[in-house]
Design a protein around this ligand. Sequence first.
Ligand SMILES: C[S@@+](CC[C@H](N)C(=O)[O-])C[C@H]1O[C@@H](n2cnc3c(N)ncnc32)[C@H](O)[C@@H]1O
Length: 209
Amino acid sequence: MQKDNIFDQKAKTWDDNPERIKLVDKVWETISANIDFNKIHHAIDYGSGTGLLGFKAINYVESMTFCDTSDGMLDQVNNKIQYYGHLNAETLKADFSNGPLPSKKFELIMTMLVMHHVHELGTILANFNKLLKPGGYISIIDLENEDGSFHSDNTGVAYFGFHKQEIINLIEKNGFKIDYYSNHLYMNKERPEGNKQFPLFVLIARKEG
Ligand SMILES: C[S@@+](CC[C@H](N)C(=O)[O-])C[C@H]1O[C@@H](n2cnc3c(N)ncnc32)[C@H](O)[C@@H]1O
């Protein structure tokens, strides 16, 4: 509950961080180079925040569902949908680690910097699998293992990033085949000891079957 309040408070200024905007550009470059969007009709930006990643992809899909647990974040997405007049976008307040799933099926679920906030990782990956059509993709962008200094306050943080093999094992265990993994991206943050680089991974996996 408190986690949602934290993101509600951050929503209005979320897009003001130029590091974040640059990072999303690079993430989109990587995803769009490694997923054939001709095959993607219905997609989810899960833990969308203000929708930075989902709006990159919106012109390449029939529908984009922006899903988050924070009303403040979803308000920002709704403002953008209205402002730009997107007819193929919808917002959904939901937690797929603990709650009902939509009946609609998707070809892609993208989720950026969300999984380290989710305690029930196995449940959420199993539910992503249920929501995808056979051959559908998940794309997870998150922190590699870090020392706990990425967040200035670790309230609502479930994991200090992930070890490559641990996250790969968990994803494979939940019915996915890994297509792509790279850790060439990072996010810069000012910390008391100076500027610090936090490596991120981009993982793309496909639902088996
Ligand atoms: C660090 S922000 C990332 C936002 C966006 N993906 C980005 O990269 O700009 C994490 C987002 O995940 C959402 N979130 C946290 N736990 C969630 C959950 N269990 N289900 C859905 N969204 C969640 C938060 O509300 C927040 O908007």
